[in-house]
Design a protein around this ligand. Structure first.
Ligand SMILES: Cc1cc2nc3c(=O)[nH]c(=O)nc-3n(C[C@H](O)[C@H](O)[C@H](O)COP(=O)(O)OP(=O)(O)OC[C@H]3O[C@@H](n4cnc5c(N)ncnc54)[C@H](O)[C@@H]3O)c2cc1C
Length: 396
């Protein structure tokens, strides 16, 4: 693991910092420090315009290989990119599901046709993606998906029927990658397919779900005879589980790097508040702030160690602790923020839903230990795959 950056890396740091300073101005200045956890619903159109701006500068998909249009940055330079992005206060990325999940999955498992059809829209910041995994009876137990995909010989297309839930940003997305059952008789992880589905079509209905923050970043998505072109299945029918798990490797790995670099901004905000309102004089609060600072440093070194392992989604065993660690750290930061806010944390302007940033942070971070695999599931994974302990009992 490399802990120091080379002179070339530092030169690269100056390049990205300079670009951000020159471009995060004018109409984009209002986006500074916006669109992060608990704030994802804000400025969607302006943040999409920012994605196009990033693309013009060649700053989308910086970790993708050059052959497919990315910058092919090393892990160190990706870390630098995200550090500078966060330091500049650049906004939460609207394109992160396409760039961090759909794109790398297509690069690893997609056909040449799929790559040429879908990667350019992600690179140019003009097409956005959402993730159709979870269903009412399939969350932690993802292999229980019931959504069906039937190949219709007459039309030569797949027909998709079923319901997804908790689908983040479905209302802002052009496409959804969906796990569906290609063999209706199959059970568990067998007989699944991984489909690329256009959202703007008659068979797709998106219904927002109101979250505890009062906003709706995620949705229910219903497929009623929605169509999917024959060539828009990734891999073969039955390969869906393999593709879906490859994607989860990206979801729990490199794709969250940017998010974590932005944690420093949130910690800075919490520390500033503690200084301003006097909470920093409380020795217990000081101790918790110090712990948060240490935790963030550990997280950074841990990500460098983990990401040095490979960028193809195949992670080393140490990577198994990553999601559990950052999610718990971030949830704890939300708790620290409201403890520092004190009684003010309980007061809302225009109750129930006009929250200040730290109230939103607290409420939103409750979900960090759920999405992308809950803390309990992460512990099972660490026990079984990391420590070689006996597998938990599962229904046959
Ligand atoms: C903010 C947010 C955004 C999301 N975005 C998306 C999205 O874009 N696309 C998408 O597909 N999904 C998304 N999800 C859904 C997320 O992936 C699921 O919520 C998650 O996988 C947990 O599934 P579940 O909600 O069905 O809970 P369940 O699986 O029903 O779990 C309930 C509780 O039981 C525990 N539990 C379950 N099984 C076990 C076990 N075997 N051992 C120990 N404990 C267990 C869990 O840890 C949890 O505490 C999102 C969720 C959130 C909160």
């Amino acid at each position: 693991m490399k802990l120091q950056f080379s002179p070339e890396d530092e030169q690269f740091r100056a390049e990205i910092a300079g670009w951000l300073a020159d471009n995060l101005v004018g109409e984009f200045a209002q986006l500074k420090f916006r669109g992060g956890p608990g704030d994802e619903h804000m400025f969607p159109e302006e943040r999409k315009a920012w994605e196009r701006k990033l693309a013009e500068g060649g700053w989308t998909c910086v970790g993708w290989p050059k052959e497919v249009g990315g910058r092919g940055l090393s892990i160190e330079q990706q870390v630098i990119f995200f550090e500078e992005y966060a330091r500049a206060g650049a906004p939460g990325r609207m394109g992160h599901i396409g760039e961090g999940l759909a794109g790398p999955t297509l690069i690893a498992f997609g056909s040449e046709e799929q790559k040429s059809k879908y990667l350019p829209g992600i690179l140019s910041g003009t097409e956005f993606w959402c993730q159709g995994y979870s269903e009412p009876s399939a969350g932690s137990d993802l292999a229980n998906v019931k959504t069906k995909a039937r190949f219709d010989e007459a039309s030569g297309k797949w027909q998709i029927n079923g319901q997804k839930v908790w689908t983040s940003l479905a209302h802002e997305s052009e496409y959804c990658f969906v796990i569906a059952r290609t063999d209706p008789e199959s059970k568990a992880h067998k007989g699944l397919g991984f489909f690329l589905i256009k959202m703007d079509q008659p068979g797709v209905t998106v219904r927002p779900i109101e979250q505890i923050t009062g906003t709706s970043e995620f949705n229910e998505v219903f497929f009623d005879d929605a169509e999917c072109a024959a060539e828009d299945i990734v891999g073969q029918p039955g390969d869906g589980w393999k593709v879906a798990m490859g994607l989860l490797g990206f979801e729990r790995g490199v794709s969250t790097l940017g998010q974590q670099m932005a944690f420093q901004n949130e910690l800075n905000e919490v520390v500033k508040l503690a200084k301003d309102n006097g909470a920093a004089k409380d020795p217990l609060i000081r101790q918790r702030i110090a712990d948060a600072h240490i935790g963030l440093k550990i997280m950074r070194y841990n990500s460098l160690r983990m990401l040095s392992g490979g960028s193809d989604g195949s992670l080393q065993k140490e990577a198994l602790i990553y999601k559990l660690y950052w999610a718990t750290w971030h949830r704890d930061l939300g708790e620290l923020a409201v403890d520092i806010l004190g009684p003010e944390a309980d007061i809302m302007v225009n109750a129930p839903y006009e929250l200040n940033r730290l109230q939103s942070l607290f409420l939103f971070t409750r979900s960090d230990t759920i999405y992308g695999g809950t803390n309990q599931i992460q512990r099972n994974i660490i026990a079984e795959r990391g420590l070689g302990m006996p597998k938990e009992l599962r229904p046959v």
